[in-house]
Design a protein around this ligand. Structure first.
Ligand code: MG
Length: 361
């Protein structure tokens, strides 16, 4: 099989409601959607969503990287995933969103060629995955009311953003706990908002409201601070911004710098690199969560959910951003069961049928 064309579409649509995190406000879904065409008539879909607050990547840069890859990809076999990965890593450092878009589209083609849904091809442990629901940094009573509504709808884990203001964090988490009751899990994401010493003090106080875990308490580059927090925290610590790829995962895990890893396909560059992180984590007995960028539009989430369902080491999912869009820019993919469960299509590959081109810029 040979790649005959790589098309890229830009998508920027307002989220139904902005998400406020310690790094700033996220107001729009922003993605480059890729269509890879082949000489066998099989088409692959992929998404590259640059989360500028997290990765520093933006949409024009992501599209430029995809166009740069396009020149090398035409004529290559889309099933040669290793060769394509080597080519992209030689062309540019980082650019996780652009690499993810290509990697996802090639995996979609592989599934279609094999006649298998991606979750089967990647491991087949399950065809579904349960996600949490995130509430951002807002007034405590507003977030508590949102959390209560989500729990009424059927979500069993609420993730809330923290890290901007300690007193407000405490008030928000307390209000959420009072609103949702004792049986709901509450996980926190500080998005690098704390220094190591204050993190320990704050986590101890926040844990009065029974916290499941804390994501990324300190700056992404503060490796020693992360080690300190993990060693002294009463609740498990998860690395997100500190863990880009398998090399980061190896260092974090072998140093016992974290208890859990949050993989995002947009950080690591796609399913192939995510599988390497999962192998390292599973070998060390470290559980993995699959997350998403708040700017994603759903194709990337379908890819992440496929991997998350396929592998038993992935025990948690934060794939809630599909609920933020008024309309999805494609047909097909997963469907929602009992509010918080993403059930993957049994159609080959990602199960994406088509893109709604009228939604693209
Ligand atoms: Mg996070």
């Amino acid at each position: 099989m040979k790649i005959t064309d790589v098309k890229v579409h830009a998508l920027q649509v307002p989220l139904a409601k902005p998400l406020y995190i310690s790094l700033g406000a996220i107001t729009d879904a922003i993605s480059a959607l890729v269509v890879i065409e082949t000489d066998e008539g099989i088409t692959g879909y992929g998404e590259g969503s640059p989360g500028v607050l997290i990765t520093g990547e933006n949409l024009p840069g992501t599209i430029a990287s995809i166009r740069m890859f396009r020149d090398k990809l035409i004529g290559m076999d889309p099933l040669d995933l290793e060769s394509i990965s080597i080519m992209m890593n030689r062309e540019t450092a980082l650019a996780g969103a652009a690499k993810c878009a290509i990697d996802t589209a090639c995996h979609d083609i592989l599934g279609k060629k094999c006649g298998l849904p991606l979750y089967k091809l990647l491991g087949g442990h399950s065809n579904k995955i349960v996600t949490d629901m995130t509430v951002g940094i807002e007034d405590p009573q507003i977030t508590a009311e949102k959390a209560r509504k989500y729990v009424e709808q059927g979500f069993t884990t609420i993730k809330t953003k923290v890290g901007a203001d300690a007193a407000m964090d405490l008030a928000r988490v307390r209000a959420i706990r009072e609103a949702v009751g004792d049986s709901v899990k509450i996980r926190l994401d500080a998005n690098q908002g704390w220094h190591a010493r204050e993190a320990i003090e704050l986590i101890r106080r926040l844990n009065e409201y029974d916290i499941e875990l804390v994501e990324q308490p300190v700056r992404r580059y503060d490796f020693e601070g992360l080690c300190y927090v993990t060693a002294n925290s009463p609740v498990p610590i998860m690395a997100d911004e500190s863990c880009w790829d398998s090399k980061d995962a190896l260092r974090l895990i072998s140093s016992r710098a974290v208890d859990f890893i949050n993989i995002k396909l947009m950080k690591c560059g796609g399913i192939r690199e995510a599988q390497k992180i999962c192998a390292i984590a599973e070998s060390a007995g470290v559980e993995v969560m699959l997350g998403c960028m708040a700017e994603e539009c759903g194709i990337g989430i379908t890819a992440a959910a496929s991997l998350g369902a396929a592998l038993s080491v992935i025990t948690r999912a934060d794939l809630d951003n599909t609920w933020s869009l008024k309309e999805l820019p494609y047909e097909g993919g997963f469907h929602i069961e009992t509010t918080n469960t993403l059930v993957l299509s049994d159609n080959p590959g990602l199960g994406i049928v088509s893109l709604k081109e009228e939604m693209f810029n």
